[in-house]
Design a protein around this ligand. Structure first.
Ligand code: ADP
Ligand code: ADP
Ligand code: MG
Length: 497
């Protein structure tokens, strides 16, 4: 009997999971939300369940009971939660397990412990992972927070213990701002996570974000697949990611990776997971949190390790033993991911909704596209604005930057504004090129004016037009194909003129 997998998610990640399911001979089942009835992922799945969530307060992807009811009614064996939504909700994982459905992820207990950052940090100390100076647990009120900040020194960062997605955090520069910011962090945490616990950490001024990919099975085997650097963030959310990171030496990589594995082993971890570190200017690194799910940026790791993380995530959920050993993991080349969000980078990244008249993706060796949309798709206000990811691999960092820029030039979206021009700007910035960029780059460097008169965008649009014409000619006359080299030459000439 073929196994049946229900995907409790949408967008590009739903399509990504379908691809793995089909590769493994598993039937894919998806949920059709009334809030997005013509979504692209629906076209790829073997079966569609109509969620009828038009009148529901929350979309189906956040409704744990309804998802499990559907799963039971449709003889589902496995549920994949993707990222976001219920992916790190221990109650959802537990509900699946109680009903005999295999939740693709670690145990509910592990999700619960890692979801509360103060608990995760406590467990991290026990295995010797270094932590940013800060409170041991939650602080009860602004007065206690203030006393604590006086001790460790300003600036400090207030963080929601149950936080995620960059929310529930406030940077406090001086004592008199504490009262107000504590209250707003608390309110946001209660609203977003139903838990108002706030802890405090020293705020590192110019850090980098590095994270290690972990993969473990249910038999005690655990390895790491190297790191990703995700320092390019806006409002604590990642925009451009790369693997490996140019900010650490091979010795540091081994040390940080081994520590991550040691921690994962100590807590009895299995499935895919990510240990997030913050790297200070002086080269010291600290454990920040663990994510117990597949991450948005997992493809950069796949591109340099040639390991399919989603395949393995499903296989270990089914009880398969890991056949990979640490020594099998070799980093090969360099990869960059650009998140394409329908947001206007010239207008405070305000979300754009509406009709995608045309979307054209770059192609070529080493270019991977993950997308939840196509020509004619509608971007609704109900879901996240990340519509696609452009992932590029080359042999060196220098080459991959060059190649990603070319790919971004070839990308064209008509109808909505996107973060593509912003990514292009980032990739040309001397800080990025020299790998000196930190999590503060957007705050400190970026101004919307930097995108005015974006010639690259014009050239990109022109190039995309040519590509359409090329495709059209090919279809129309079956004539010989113009090669990419001549197209590149043409773009180059345009640039010189
Ligand atoms: P989330 O669960 O929302 O991902 P994290 O704890 O991973 O929260 O933090 C998100 C981002 O916030 C980090 O990648 C980093 O840019 C920033 N950040 C978190 N803690 C600190 C700190 N102590 N100092 C400076 N920046 C921090
Ligand atoms: P990561 O640490 O993996 O980068 P993020 O917090 O950036 O994690 O990614 C999770 C984000 O993706 C959440 O902010 C969530 O709103 C959003 N999200 C969840 N599901 C989807 C989806 N199917 N398509 C696009 N975005 C999603
Ligand atoms: Mg994080």
């Amino acid at each position: 009997m073929k196994k049946r997998l229900l995907i409790a998610n949408r967008g590009e990640i739903a399509i990504r999971i379908i691809r793995s399911a089909h590769k493994l001979g598993i039937t894919s089942v998806v949920l059709q939300s009334d809030k997005e009835p013509d979504a692209l992922y629906l076209k790829y799945a073997n079966e569609i369940i109509q969620a009828k969530d038009a009148n529901d307060e929350k979309p189906i992807f956040l409704n744990a009971t309804k998802i499990v009811d559907f799963a039971l009614a449709h003889q589902i064996d496995l549920v994949h939660p993707g990222y976001g939504f219920l992916s790190e909700n221990p109650d959802f994982a537990a509900l699946c397990e109680e009903n005999g459905i295999n939740f693709i992820g670690p145990s509910p207990e592990l999700i619960r412990n890692m979801g509360i950052k103060t608990i995760a940090k406590k467990m991290a100390i026990e295995t010797g992972l270094p932590l940013v100076p800060g409170s041991e647990g939650a602080v009860v009120d602004a007065q206690v927070a203030k006393a604590f900040a006086d001790k460790i020194g300003y600036p400090v960062i207030l963080k929601a213990s149950a936080g995620g997605g960059g929310r529930g955090m406030r940077i406090v520069e001086k004592p008199d701002a504490m009262e107000r910011l504590f209250k707003s962090a608390y309110d946001e945490a209660v609203n977003a996570f139903g838990n108002g616990d706030i802890f405090i950490e020293k705020y590192l001024q110019n850090p980098k974000h590095l994270e290690f990919q972990i993969l473990g099975d249910k038999h005690g085997n655990i390895i790491h697949l190297g790191e990703r650097e995700c320092s390019l963030q806006r409002k604590h959310q990642k925009v451009v990611e790369e693997a490996p990171s140019a900010s650490i030496t091979p010795e540091m990589r081994n040390q940080m990776g081994e520590m991550a594995v040691k921690f994962a082993k100590a807590i009895g971890y299995f499935s895919v997971g990510t240990i997030e570190y913050i790297l200070d200017e002086d080269g010291s690194f600290y454990f920040m949190e663990m994510n117990t799910r597949i991450q948005v940026e997992h493809p950069v790791t796949e591109m340099v390790t040639h390991v399919d993380l989603v395949d393995w995530q499903i296989k270990v959920a089914l009880g398969e033993e890991l056949t990979l050993q640490q020594s099998d993991i070799q980093l090969n080349g360099w990869a960059i991911e650009c998140r394409i969000n329908t947001e206007d980078p010239q207008n405070r990244f305000s979300p754009q909704t509406g009709f995608i008249e045309k979307i054209h993706f770059p192609r070529g060796k080493g270019i991977r596209i993950e997308t939840g949309v196509q020509n004619g798709s509608v971007v609704t206000p109900y879901f996240d604005s990340m519509i696609s990811k452009i992932i590029v691999r080359a042999d060196s960092r220098e080459e991959v930057i060059e190649k990603t820029l070319k790919a971004l030039n070839e990308f064209n979206l008509v109808g909505l504004k996107s973060t593509a021009p912003f990514c292009r700007l980032v990739l040309q910035d001397p800080d990025f090129v020299s790998a000196q960029y930190t999590t503060r780059w957007v705050d400190q460097k970026y101004t919307p004016e930097m995108l005015e008169n974006d010639e690259e965008e014009l050239i990109g649009a022109l190039a995309a037009t040519i590509i359409y014409a090329k495709e059209y000619l090919q279809i129309a006359s079956n004539s010989t194909v113009y090669d990419d080299e001549s197209l590149n030459m043409w773009v180059l000439n345009k640039r010189i003129n």
